[in-house]
Design a protein around this ligand. Structure first.
Ligand code: KG4
Ligand code: ZN
Length: 351
């Protein structure tokens, strides 16, 4: 089943053509340089950039698709069965751009649409394959999915295809957002996660300052990172400027350790309470090698398995993961006509 998928939920303009779990073609425009100077994503700028880029990104994707299948007409939609589009969660005015485009293309090419939740995309990102069907990993439900991005931090029980139950989520900041804010306090630009990772690695991820691990005492699976952020801010305020500047690596590393240790402990609790030790990790923060190491070491003690997205573009936002989810939704008949596409849902939840 071939699907043209579109995602404009945040700051990447993304399109892909997928065939089941395989990606036949994909293109992506990252707006990171647009938002960098503002220290975070500015919705009105995101919308404008999506509007400017979306036609070009889709044309590039369709061209690559036709080359991949050996078709001479590089603009042809032949062989594409459905459109798929993210309808939430995300920035309302950004989501609208992709949804309007999907509707327009579906009408023009006489196709139906599969609406997709962006977070189910991050769950399925671990199972996206290249054209040679790699990685070979097969589905083996149930899973616990740890979804960690700039806007979300949640643990989701996945009992079957498209069957989710959110076990816990953040009450305030997301893990990626906390990393971004800490990096900003240290004077670094957006996104901060990769900068903290790089600096921490230079001192072997040492935990010099041992910042608090928020909510690890609570029995539930909820997260909260705003207290950690505040204690980091107060800590920096009482530190002489020259000492701060000479300890940027220690500060970066200790903050990163506090966030990752919290994620590890909550995930461990989720494994213990559900008995499920089959883990999926998705979202921008899943790119972090230190986090991968910590979680792999933890899962060994639980005799379980852990899966991360294999291709680097799949940890961040992309449309390939949306296309892959959509094929499973189509099998369940979760399809609509262009006129029946639901309204965008900026705070859409799973299950
Ligand atoms: O999934 P994503 O690309 O966008 C959202 O849907 O939010 O996630 C972006 C987040 C940002 O907070 C960014 O700092 C974080 O992912 N991130 C990382 C790394 N790469 C991106 N955090 C830690 N280490 C990284 N290598
Ligand atoms: Zn995302």
């Amino acid at each position: 089943m071939r699907i043209l998928a579109i995602d404009t939920s945040c700051d990447e303009t993304a399109a892909a053509v997928t065939d089941g779990r395989k990606v036949l073609a994909q293109a992506l425009y990252s707006q990171v340089t647009t938002h960098k100077q503002w220290g975070g994503v500015v919705p009105s700028l995101a919308r404008r950039a999506h509007e400017e880029r979306i036609d070009g990104i889709i044309a590039q994707t369709i061209k690559k698709y036709n080359i991949a299948i050996g078709n001479k007409d590089l603009t042809s939609y032949n062989g594409i069965d459905y459109l798929a589009v993210t309808y939430g969660p995300g920035l309302a005015i950004a989501l609208e751009v992709g949804m309007k485009k999907a509707q327009e293309l579906a009408l023009k090419h006489n196709k139906q649409i599969i609406p997709v939740n962006h977070m189910e995309g991050h769950i399925y990102s671990c199972f996206v394959q290249n054209r040679n069907a790699n990685p070979k990993r097969e589905f083996s439900f149930p899973y616990l999915a740890l979804l960690i991005s700039g806007a979300h931090t949640e643990i989701v029980l996945v009992t079957d295809h498209i069957t989710y139950k959110v076990l816990g989520e953040t009450r305030d900041d997301a893990a990626g957002e906390a990393l971004d804010k800490a990096a900003r306090m240290l004077g670094f630009g957006y996104p901060g996660g990769p900068t903290l990772e790089r600096l921490a690695k230079q001192i072997d991820n040492s935990d010099t300052y041992k910042f608090p691990r928020p909510m690890i005492g609570s029995k539930d699976l909820a997260f909260s990172f705003s207290g950690l952020k505040t204690s980091f801010l107060y800590f920096l305020r009482q530190m002489p400027e020259d000492e701060k500047l000479s300890h940027l690596k220690e500060l970066s590393s200790s903050f990163q350790e506090a966030v990752f240790d919290t994620l590890k402990r909550k995930l461990t609790r989720a494994i213990d309470t559900t008995g499920v030790n089959n883990i999926i990790v998705g979202g921008g923060v899943a790119a972090n090698k230190r986090l991968r190491y910590i979680l792999r070491a933890m899962i060994k003690t639980k005799k379980g398995s852990i899966y991360f997205p294999v291709y680097s573009y799949l940890t961040g936002d992309n449309a390939a993961m949306i296309g892959v989810v959509a094929s499973y939704k189509a099998e369940k008949g979760m399809i609509c006509s262009p006129a029946d596409l639901p309204d965008r849902v900026p705070r859409l939840t799973l299950g």
